[in-house]
Design a binder for this molecule. Sequence first.
Ligand code: SF4
Ligand code: SF4
Length: 115
Amino acid sequence: MSETRLNRRTTKGASARSGRSCGSCTLCCTHLDIESEPGYSTLLSDGTDIAKPKGQKCRFLGSGGCTVYEVRPLVCREFACDWLLGDKNFKESDHPLKSRIIGVRGVNWHFDVKV
Ligand code: SF4
Ligand code: SF4
């Protein structure tokens, strides 16, 4: 089971609680793996599975963001990185697009690639 998986975290209302928002960031749609597990479907309504390994851009990620945003699966709807959650280890200025760090349940993943 991967440490970078996108799911396993119920984050409903994360932005409202922390006062932070993703903005133009889509780093987690590329740099984290997406796996299904009970209660966290990776399926679109037509049965298409968005599961993917880490480091691979989601096939539904377009230049303007998620192309299936309105119908994105639960695994995407309920994910928030530690910065978005307002984790005390991440200052407001540590947005992943600036820090190149995605925090997932206390584990920090560093990215040097340009977005
Ligand atoms: S990495 Fe964090 S800030 Fe960036 S899109 Fe994902 S949840 Fe939002
Ligand atoms: S379906 Fe949309 S939100 Fe989910 S990983 Fe792909 S691009 Fe990101």
